[in-house]
Design a protein around this ligand. Sequence first.
Ligand SMILES: [Zn+2]
Length: 277
Amino acid sequence: MTSDSKALTHLRSFIAQHRRLLVLTGAGCSAASGIPTYRNDSGEWQRNQPIQHADFINLAASRRRYWARSLAGWPLIDLAQPNAAHWTLAAMEARDQISMLVTQNVDRLHQQAGHQNVVDLHGRLDQVICLACHQVIERDHMQQQLLLLNNITRPIALALAPDGDADVEEQLTRELKVPDCERCGGILKPNVVFFGGAVPKTTVENIFSQLDQADGLLVVGSSLTVFSGFRFCRHAHQKGLPIAAINQGKTRADDLFSVKLEADCVATLAALESTNH
Ligand SMILES: [Zn+2]
């Protein structure tokens, strides 16, 4: 037996032994759908740091920069399709093997694959929210407004970055006109949790309570570098709940896992599903 098939056997028995899993997914899950990840296998930043919450809230220049890059990056996120990881996890949920899926991704690909009980831990990129009146609008509508206001017919992304971000000409980041809320004139923000922003407390408490009722935690494609995801591993560990992880590269919680597959999560889940019939 090769080490790959041995690891797969360990994962399969973990899933068989723990019938109600809470699953936590990260960027590794969406990489095969063409959405780049923030960090390499060693957990280091691959690019410049992403926008910080406080900068977006306080600085008009930061918001211009964010929307210029998002204007170019959004169409590619919008077109992204689920891959074998999303399909397999949705199939596992349909077989009652997963009680809740918590994702750190903002691309909604789990939902596109038919997954029902999904918590978007860091929000969703397909929506925009007004910071003043809290009205939520479609990201597609914001795209149309941005294009109209700036008289742009064809934005050109130089390179795609994570979470609908993309490199664009510097001039665009300086000169972009950003629409305000059509209802109250307030500042519009993508409905996501930026770095330095907080996940709502009720969301975190709900996940903790679901975790307490689960038989195990399965981490898929996350280095768990960000505390908002890591805390669920710490909580599971403190409660004596077994944790399995599939991730290419090291994670912040490696010493908490009972099973760790150092492998591509999409290929691993595809192999798991194909041998399940
Ligand atoms: Zn408003």
